[in-house]
Ligand binder design. Structure first.
Ligand SMILES: NC(=O)C1=CN([C@@H]2O[C@H](COP(=O)(O)OP(=O)(O)OC[C@H]3O[C@@H](n4cnc5c(N)ncnc54)[C@H](OP(=O)(O)O)[C@@H]3O)[C@@H](O)[C@H]2O)C=CC1
Ligand SMILES: CC(=O)N[C@@H](CCC(=O)OP(=O)(O)O)C(=O)O
Length: 341
């Protein structure tokens, strides 16, 4: 399978390279960078020396239309300008950014602050959360890979909402991310002296993942949900920890509910009752580990959901989607044991 990556010098780009280097069906054809075209990939990322022999190519000279699939690991607003030409050339596209995630174009334009270049392709795109949309992903030409927070939050709430067990108007998602979630570009708030030994909330008034999570959960129950979502920046490199709260409408065996919902999912691990998932238990892997709690036997359910933002939250889920699209076993190239300590 011939593969192109647009945006190979960012954190999700290099994570795609790490995973695809160990994928038996993946043939990396082109990895783009405008700023570093010509530089060997292993010069920028020494971890890939001996695994990836290519040099970065400028996107205009990358021959992306000769690939079977192209991943966009680029900022928002790039894939929407290039997807149509690739699709017309018969190339399947997986966008790790948000260009095709939100079906309501007005909502997308409001949160992303730009006009959408191809609303018709948004209508066609499939939201790439395999645990919900596997059948549609199999047929898709264009996959919108979910955001990192939306992956952790949706996987935690879905069993409860599908079963109609919680009030859907008052969901709370309190989520924390490592700084790699902000990408590799230089920004003051991710400097070591700013983010290290520090902890803070951001986006309390509204974060662009709010409409994405709302859309995904509304699709599960067929009506809008009420959600408060507060992200936080933590002084770690990788990982998302989402603590989710819902008000129970009735008694139920929550542990059995979660175990049954995800029994056939290779990348969702429901932990034994009473467990406290840690971000380091998924580091480098495509796993989402989940625990469900009912403190003091009360009417509040607390779900703890952890992922690696760069893997299940981005590149790993993108490879999982590629496997589904091309009829490969879903775990191909993704059987990575988490890195600990
Ligand atoms: N970091 C994370 O945890 C997650 C990120 N994402 C999303 O994935 C996407 C990439 O994120 P991340 O890897 O962190 O970002 P980075 O900022 O680390 O990297 C962005 C990459 O895009 C390239 N690029 C920038 N502008 C253009 C352009 N106009 N045309 C072509 N290439 C361009 C850059 O290379 P160059 O400028 O040299 O061309 C660089 O390789 C983003 O949309 C992000 O929101 C999604 C889930 C999680
Ligand atoms: C810590 C941090 O800054 N995280 C990013 C979200 C991660 C990301 O890249 O968002 P997408 O998944 O939509 O691409 C943020 O809050 O904007």
């Amino acid at each position: 399978m011939k593969i192109g990556i647009v945006g190979g010098t960012g954190y999700t780009g290099v994570e795609l390279l790490r995973l695809l280097a160990g994928h038996p069906q993946a043939e990396l054809r082109a990895i783009t960078s405008r700023a570093d075209a010509g530089m060997p990939v292993s010069q920028m990322f020494p971890s890939l020396r001996g695994y990836v022999d290519l040099a970065f190519t400028h996107p205009d000279q990358a021959g992306l239309d000769q690939c079977d699939v192209v991943f966009f690991a680029t900022p928002n607003g790039i894939a929407m300008q290039q997807a149509r030409a690739l699709l017309e050339a018969g190339v399947r596209v997986i966008d790790l950014a948000a260009d095709f995630r939100i079906k309501d174009i007005a909502v997308w334009e409001k949160w992303y602050g730009m006009s959408h270049a191809c609303p018709d392709l948004v209508a066609e795109a499939v939201y790439g959360l395999p645990e919900v949309n596997r059948a549609q992903i199999r047929q898709a030409r264009l996959v919108a890979n979910p955001g990192c927070y939306p992956t952790a939050v949706q996987l935690g709430f879905i069993p409860l909402l599908e079963a109609g067990l919680i009030e859907d108007g008052s969901l709370i998602a309190d989520a924390k991310s490592g700084v790699s979630g902000a990408g590799r570009k230089a920004e003051i708030h991710t400097l070591f002296a700013e983010a290290g030994d520090n902890f803070k909330a951001y986006g309390v008034a509204g974060h662009r993942h709010l409409p994405e999570i709302r859309q995904g959960l509304a699709n599960v129950i067929g009506k809008p949900v009420g959600l408060t979502f507060v992200p936080h920046l933590t002084p770690m490199i990788r990982g998302i920890h989402a603590t989710l709260y819902g008000r129970l409408k009735q008694d139920a065996d929550l542990q059995a509910l979660f175990e049954q919902r995800y029994a056939n999912e290779a990348f969702v691990d429901v932990l034994p009752a009473g467990s406290l998932p840690e971000t380091r238990s998924v580091r480098g892997s495509n796993l989402c580990r989940i625990a469900v709690h009912r403190p003091q036997g009360g009417d509040t359910v607390v779900v703890l959901s952890v992922i690696d933002n760069l893997v299940k939250g981005a590149a790993g889920q993108a490879v999982q989607n590629m496997n589904i699209m091309f009829g490969l076993p879903e775990s191909t190239g993704l059987n990575v044991v988490p890195l600990l300590p």
